[in-house]
Design a protein around this ligand. Structure first.
Ligand SMILES: [Zn+2]
Length: 188
């Protein structure tokens, strides 16, 4: 980010929340609890940054609870992690590999490290982004956009991993959906 956050808006949403099954994996179990879920968005215009921090309670079963606040990595975060891993790998290679390596490897050590870091990091992301038993490792409810007028919420757009839960959430807040105060979509 090349800007500093200059304004932060915090608000608690108060929608009707269907709470009888997990909003991530969709399981109906006795251990489903309402968990406060942080919903965050950072917007920037040139050097001006604005951060919106909303929260709402959503139902999670025990194995899904950790996903409530786990943000997914965007491409800037992924690239940063690749760069970081390549530096770490380079340091390990310098420390562990014998100095008498063949020239072809020695001359291209950093390039080889970078390729290895890209492969390993993308493999890790691929693994962590897998949907297992209907469950996503990262937040199953995310904030796409929120608009305020005079510090009052005018419109909020939420994206859901679980299509069935998204439909039930829309039904439970039909008036807000109709008034376009609440927009609902499905995560890619
Ligand atoms: Zn679950």
């Amino acid at each position: 980010m090349f800007f500093a956050v200059q304004r932060t808006i915090s608000a608690t949403l108060n929608f009707n929340v269907p709470a009888d099954y997990c909003c991530n994996c969709g399981r109906r179990t006795a251990d489903v609890d309402l968990i406060t879920t942080p919903l965050r968005q950072v917007r920037s215009v040139l050097f001006y940054g604005e951060e919106i921090r909303l929260s709402e309670q959503f139902p999670f079963c025990k194995p899904c609870r950790g996903s409530a606040g786990r943000s997914a990595f965007g491409w800037p975060g992924k690239l940063l992690l690749i760069a970081l891993n390549s530096v770490i790998l380079f340091g390990i290679c310098i420390g562990l590999l014998p100095s008498s390596l063949p020239h072809a490897i020695n001359d291209n050590l950093y390039s080889l490290n970078l390729i290895l870091a890209v492969i390993l990091t993308l493999a890790w992301f691929h693994q962590s982004e897998k949907i297992v038993q209907g469950r996503t490792h990262y937040q199953p409810v995310r904030l796409r956009e929120a608009h305020f007028k005079d510090d009052r919420l005018r419109q909020v757009s939420l994206a859901f991993h679980n299509r069935h839960y998204a439909q039930d959430f829309a039904n439970a807040n039909a008036e807000a959906v109709k008034a376009r105060v609440l927009l609902i979509s499905i995560l890619d």
